[in-house]
Design a protein around this ligand. Structure first.
Ligand code: FMN
Length: 308
């Protein structure tokens, strides 16, 4: 008799995803660019690159370099603005049945975040919002909110009040206590947390003696950060009751399992999309196979199942 396939569904904040693999913001464009490469309705969902109130040109080049087991970027949140997304990208995405779109929201001030959320509230076809309170690559904003618990609380409380959809709050890893930040976001009304964003980093070309990124500092991502990210997901999951989307260096099914064992309900895949644009779909397929091989009937049972 053929064994029954594992149940790959995961649930958070009233959403049900067909599997726990989600493409991470900033590494999957507006999703639509990947439509020919990845079956967008075979992955759990994807997060659109950060949307701001007005279009943004981003930082000067070079703004992305390879590092040992990772990548350093200072893209500076280049995007077409929330209206551009609603008018040009969302209608295309809405033609793809079963694809789950999460909109990543960014601003320099609380009012900017609220304006983006208000614009998205009127748009059809967005499952949830992910609040980027953690970008290390812009001069004033983003990470400022993500590293001060009082500012984070205020931002999340106002964003939650404005939001007509589930609110995921993306935390910065550039803090001493991730538990403190996780609790501040939960207390302010976050439905879900996602972590981690990139680690603030610097790389210098020893020949020119100049920073290898025009912005000087950038955000480190990829396999190099994975063990730190897994530790932070574990700590955050112990500090809050709300679900967690874990990320940081996931490039295989086993990596996804590791984040789930640490406490993540679902997992995002970022930098791995640069090495292999099909990474999300491959990892989703690999995870199903892994569950079958390990007699895991429900993938959701992996969440928080680390044995101590
Ligand atoms: C090129 C690039 C652009 C990114 N842009 C965003 C963004 O717009 N908003 C955001 O919340 N995170 C952004 N991130 C962070 C990723 O979503 C993710 O949190 C981080 O890279 C860690 O996961 P990874 O190691 O799998 O890449 C970006 C990351 C990279 C590498």
């Amino acid at each position: 008799m053929k064994p029954t396939a594992p149940d790959m569904r995961v649930r958070f904040a009233g959403l049900e995803l067909r599997n726990p693999i989600i493409a991470a913001s900033g590494t999957f464009g507006y999703g639509i660019e990947f439509n020919e490469i990845v079956a967008l309705n075979r992955i759990g969902g994807f997060v659109v690159k950060g949307l701001s109130r007005q279009p943004m040109a981003g930082n000067k080049s070079p703004r992305l370099i390879e590092t040992a087991a990772g990548m350093l970027n200072a893209i500076g949140l280049q995007n077409i603005g929330v209206q551009g997304f609603i008018e040009k990208k969302l209608p295309e995405l809405n033609k793809i049945p079963g694809c789950v779109v999460i909109a990543n929201v960014f601003g320099y001030a609380v009012e900017d975040y609220i304006a983006v959320i208000a614009a998205l509230n009127d748009a059809e076809g967005v499952a949830a919002y992910e609040l980027n309170a953690s970008c290390p690559n812009t001069s004033h904003g983003g990470m400022v909110f993500g590293t001060d618990p009082d500012l984070l609380y205020d931002l999340v409380r106002k964003a939650k009040a404005a939001s007509q959809r589930p609110l995921i709050v993306k935390l910065s890893p550039n803090v001493t206590s991730i538990s403190l930040m996780a609790r501040a976001a939960q207390d302010a009304g976050a439905d879900v947390l996602s972590l981690v964003n990139t680690f603030l980093a610097l790389s210098i070309d020893v020949e020119t003696r100049r920073p290898r990124i025009a912005n000087m500092t950038g955000g480190l991502s990829g396999p190099a950060i994975k063990p730190i990210a897994v530790r932070m997901v574990y700590e955050a999951s112990k500090a809050v009751r709300i679900p967690i989307l874990g990320m940081g260096g996931v490039s295989s099914a086993e990596d996804a399992v590791e984040f789930m064992l640490a406490g993540a309900t679902a997992v995002q895949v970022g930098t791995a999309n640069y090495a292999d644009p099909r990474a999300t779909e491959n990892i989703a397929n690999g995870l199903e196979k892994w569950c079958s091989q390990h007699n895991v009937a429900k993938v959701a049972d992996l969440t928080g199942a680390m044995q101590i």
